[in-house]
Ligand binder design. Structure first.
Ligand code: S3P
Length: 451
């Protein structure tokens, strides 16, 4: 599960026009939650389109470790035979979440109000990420936590015997923190309330309602989202279909925008309003993007995204848009390198605590490829329109989105771009290089795809 022992460098060079219609794998956020909520329901949940990436498979193993039976069926769907909220078993060994922040933080929420003990580890990237943001509310609910340096993995928790429902104002815009508190609230008596000053992706709220929980979302006088969850519901198994991940679709979308002559359609993409910030931003930059065949599937807006090569111009991205495109800033920085003028991205301090310090990793990657940029503590400005870009080697720091973003850069830059480790792409998008090959791009060293 952990990367780093055998890095697989990958190189992308200038591509001819990208053309074709593709589907990217299922949404990572929804896939994690489908496995978790399936495990908490009593009976059989069926999931089609589950993302089969290392992160999601780590969550599947975690749910097996607490008693769920999860199997892949001959037709490619997954079945989850849930053990039921309140009945989870104590895992027999340490749970290894690899690179998966969503997996570990949400699972700590679930287990934090079950009367069992568990120990969590992760790879070198996950072990650097702050966990205090989840431990703080869990402690208020009665969970005992012991963690390296107070808020890092490895960490052990002893779930609350008598969990307390709390009212919690999320101090940073984070769907993971919000979700961890709500999932802990599932097994607490009474009402757990989460106040979210800045809205983040709402998959937990929507999917919990779909599984039969009593959950409401209102806005208070200050315009903050107030989410109220009634504890100890009986969750009912569901049949779920996971739409394509907009955060994965971002790579072929940006590639099509910057490779001259390209015309690409990415089908069946989740268009949840809390996930479409990149599309909005690219359209403001002048991108030729159309949403086709818009429909509703499983309570979510889904559509096909048609993109053509476009002349882009730099803009300032409104900081309040950050949560709806938080994972897309690295690839936006690549699009910005091809825009005319500066693209300014303020209010993005959360990027420093992702799979890597993404502000620093993106800035160093741009510089290595001759693209001027200004890195501030909480902002990045990319200076577009530089000549003779490319030719650099980018350090990925075990960050899948850094690896994919800079390979996209290589497809349109003057000289090829190398990333020091492409194996990390398997975290979220195992078919990345083969889908790009379908569009006509060659990313070499692709033996690492199976890694
Ligand atoms: C996610 C929330 C976001 C995002 C991550 C997935 C989720 O993290 O970056 O890739 O599924 O809830 P934060 O909550 O830390 O912003």
């Amino acid at each position: 599960m952990s990367h780093g022992s055998t890095p697989h460098p990958l190189t992308a060079g200038q591509a001819g026009p990208l053309a074709g219609t593709i589907r990217v794998p299922g949404d990572k956020s929804i896939s994690h939650r489908a496995l978790m909520f399936g495990a908490l329901a009593v009976g059989r949940t069926t999931v089609t389109g589950l993302l089969e990436s290392e992160d999601v498979l780590a969550t599947a193993n975690a749910m097996r470790a607490v008693g769920a039976t999860i199997e892949k069926q001959a037709d490619g769907s997954y079945t989850i035979d849930g053990i039921g909220l309140g009945s989870l078993l104590e895992p027999e060994s340490v749970i290894d979440f690899g690179n998966a922040g969503t997996g570990v933080r949400l699972t700590m929420g679930i287990l934090g109000t079950h009367d069992i003990a568990a120990t969590f580890v992760g790879d070198a990237s996950l072990s650097k990420r702050p966990m205090g943001r989840v431990f703080d509310p869990l402690r208020q609910m009665g969970t005992n936590v012991i963690a390296r340096s107070g808020d890092r993995l490895p960490a052990s928790i002893r779930g609350a015997r008598q969990p307390l429902p709390i009212t919690y104002r999320v101090p940073v815009p984070s769907a993971q923190v919000k979700s961890a508190v709500l999932l802990a609230g599932l097994n607490a008596p009474g009402e757990t309330t989460v106040i979210e000053p800045i809205a983040t992706r709402d998959h937990t709220e929507k999917m919990l309602a779909g599984f039969g929980a009593e959950i409401s979302v209102t806005l208070n006088e200050a315009g903050e989202r107030v989410i109220r969850l009634k504890g100890q519901p009986e969750l009912k198994p569901q049949d779920l279909e996971v739409p394509g991940d907009p955060s994965s679709a971002a790579f072929p979308i940006v590639a099509a925008l910057i490779v001259p002559g390209s015309d690409v359609t990415v089908e069946n993409i989740l268009l949840n309003e809390h996930r479409t910030g990149l599309i909005t931003t690219l359209i403001e930059m002048g991108a030729d993007i159309e949403i086709l065949n818009e429909r509703s599937a499983g309570g979510e807006r889904v559509g096909d995204i048609h993109v053509r090569h476009s002349k882009l111009k730099g803009i300032t991205v409104p900081p309040n848009r950050a949560p709806s495109m938080i994972d897309e800033y690295p690839v936006l920085a690549v699009a910005a390198a091809f825009a005319e003028g500066d693209t300014h991205m303020p209010g993005v301090e959360e990027l420093r605590v992702k799979e890597s310090d993404r502000l620093a990793a993106v800035a160093r990657g741009l510089e290595a490829n001759g693209i001027p940029c200004i890195e501030a503590e909480d902002a990045l400005t990319v200076k577009g329109g530089a000549n003779a870009i490319g030719g650099g080697t980018v350090v990925t720091h075990l960050d899948h989105r850094i690896a994919m973003s800079f390979l996209v850069l290589g497809l349109a830059s003057g000289k090829p771009v190398t990333v020091d480790d492409g194996a990390v792409i398997a975290t979220s998008f195992p078919t990345f290089t083969s889908l790009f090959a379908e569009l006509g791009a060659t990313i070499s060293g692709s033996e690492s795809e199976a890694a």
